[in-house]
Write a protein that binds this ligand. Sequence first.
Ligand code: HEM
Length: 211
Amino acid sequence: MNPLFRHIRKTVFALAAALAVGVLLSVLARIPDDSLRLIRLGQWYALCATAFLYIALLISPLYVAFSSLPGRAYAIRARRAIGVSAYFFTLLHSSIEFFGLLGGLGGLRFLPNKYLIAISLSFTALVILSLMAATSFDRMVILLGRRWKQLHRFVYLAGLLIIIHALLLGTHYANLSRTIPRVSIAALIFLLLLESIRIYKFLRARRADIH
Ligand code: HEM
């Protein structure tokens, strides 16, 4: 087996860890104020989590739509590690926001309804992502069989909840005409297009099987 292929998951984990440290060092170097540092760190880890989750979701529909695209085996093998890395950034973001900035459970009493709704949605997404991360090992895939795929389909619900959460709370999403929201919207439209192609191809193949 090609060594890069064999170690692709470890490579993804190493890149995610390096990115987390890089973000931390960059925030420490550029921002002098401690509380502003924590705010920025929470925001950038949220964006990293979303980007990793997006890439994990993109891989299957991308290769269904463009079957001759190179690197398919690598991407499929790396996908679970990309998902677990998304979870790693999610944990960093949630911990910073919940314990560092909102003041833990006690702090919830002082939050307006908009915040409470956004945090309930993100908490649900966090539970879904935790279940997915806990069942992401080879042994769990074999143990759960068909149910593994059914469980992992909940990622789409988590994705929807995260979008609403980011739109309600995210500083970077307060003005949708800025770069980060524009890139996010374009990326979302691209993913939805690829998913439509995947569903279309699936239905066409099923119809061909019936006839
Ligand atoms: C219960 C756990 C969570 C809490 C308490 C929480 C809290 C927050 C808060 C307070 C903000 C506003 C930050 C700001 O703009 O300064 C925020 C933004 C955001 N959160 Fe969460 N969050 C949680 C879970 C998640 C999860 C699971 C995701 C999934 C990736 C996520 C993704 C985001 C994104 C993308 C933003 C926008 C960041 C930005 O505008 O820069 N959050 N969250």
